[in-house]
Design a protein around this ligand. Structure first.
Ligand SMILES: [Zn+2]
Length: 134
């Protein structure tokens, strides 16, 4: 039972790796949440980011789901205590509980009402396994 269900998870991850992105559907009762892994601006499938050329430079527009990180009290060059990347490499997401920092490598889960939540990779994997296996 356990190995079969782990196989379901691994197949999704393997398919995502083959296609070059970290996105797959993960089983969780009673709903099947959609989750995608975020590494940089524009990574979320609903971000809608596009390249814009201005004065010889190409810019990727800010994601609609995961926006650019900005905080008046935290310099963009400061190193994150959680992931080790500088804050400039982070994203920002609005959740029903308020704004939240997104570290590179965090998962973005789409809730049943279409709301978005960031979740750390290790916790995401723990919960995915726990919910599938219990
Ligand atoms: Zn971080």
């Amino acid at each position: 039972m356990t190995s079969l269900l782990r196989g379901v998870y691994d197949e999704g991850a393997e398919a995502a790796r083959k296609e070059g992105y970290d996105m797959a559907r993960f089983r969780k009762r009673p709903v099947v949440p959609e989750a995608s892994r975020w590494w940089k601006n524009g990574d979320h499938p609903d971000d809608g980011s596009v390249d814009v050329e201005t004065g010889g430079w190409t810019f990727l527009t800010e994601g609609k789901v995961v926006r650019r990180y900005r905080h008046p009290d935290v310099p963009s060059g400061e190193v994150c205590k959680q992931c080790g990347y500088i804050m400039h490499e982070h994203g920002w997401i609005d959740t029903p509980e308020g704004g939240h920092t997104v570290c590179p490598g965090d998962w973005i889960i789409t809730g049943v009402k279409g709301e978005f939540y960031p979740i750390k990779d290790d916790i995401f994997r723990e919960r995915t396994y726990a919910n599938v296996l219990d």
